[in-house]
Design a protein. Structure first.
Length: 175
């Protein structure tokens, strides 16, 4: 299997990022997991379109490609969202991880998580964190634990429950 490559995202990638979100919403809805992102395609919600445009033009978007096709996206930051319980050390936070549905099962998410860990080490950061929806059948929580992340605390945004995960990296130094 071909290993993905990573390129910097640009504002023009907003459309392909919206398509990834729309595909994810359809896939989640088919499985009764509307609680994660609802059942309305993101491209039909002006607030979410605006949010995705901000992601694409914010200068932090990375696009994973398989044979020239956009297969996933990643955003890393050292400033997690305000609703995430803070830590007292430097961290690299995975603010977005999404795989295009047509590339599911090809290791794109794992590849992007390895990239995040490598980037943390490059920056001398020993902590990588990410959050996800903690509801439904727990499949997303199982995904991150299967990827080597340890669940820490849960949080709530309205009636949406999230789970924070961490990975403490060996040999990354202290940030």
């Amino acid at each position: 299997m071909t290993e993905p490559t990573i390129r910097p995202g640009v504002a023009a990638d907003a459309g392909l990022l919206l398509a990834m979100f729309d595909g994810a919403v359809a896939w989640l809805t088919e499985r009764g997991r509307e609680g994660q992102w609802g059942s309305t395609p993101w491209s039909q919600d002006p607030k979410r379109v605006e949010r995705v445009n901000g992601m694409a033009s914010g200068g932090k978007l990375l696009i994973a490609e398989l044979d020239g096709d956009a297969a996933g996206a990643l955003i890393l930051t050292e400033q997690p969202p305000a609703h995430i319980p803070p830590v007292t050390e430097r961290e690299l936070y995975i603010d977005l991880l999404i795989t295009a549905r047509r590339h599911t099962g090809r290791g794109v998410g794992s590849f992007l998580l390895r990239h995040a860990r490598d980037e943390a080490r490059r920056r001398g950061i020993g902590l990588v964190r990410v959050d996800c929806w903690a509801g439904g059948d727990g499949a997303l929580v199982r995904y991150y634990t299967g990827q080597g992340f340890t669940p820490t605390e849960r949080f709530h945004v309205g009636d949406w429950t999230g789970q924070v995960f961490e990975d403490r990296l060996d040999g990354a130094g202290v940030g």
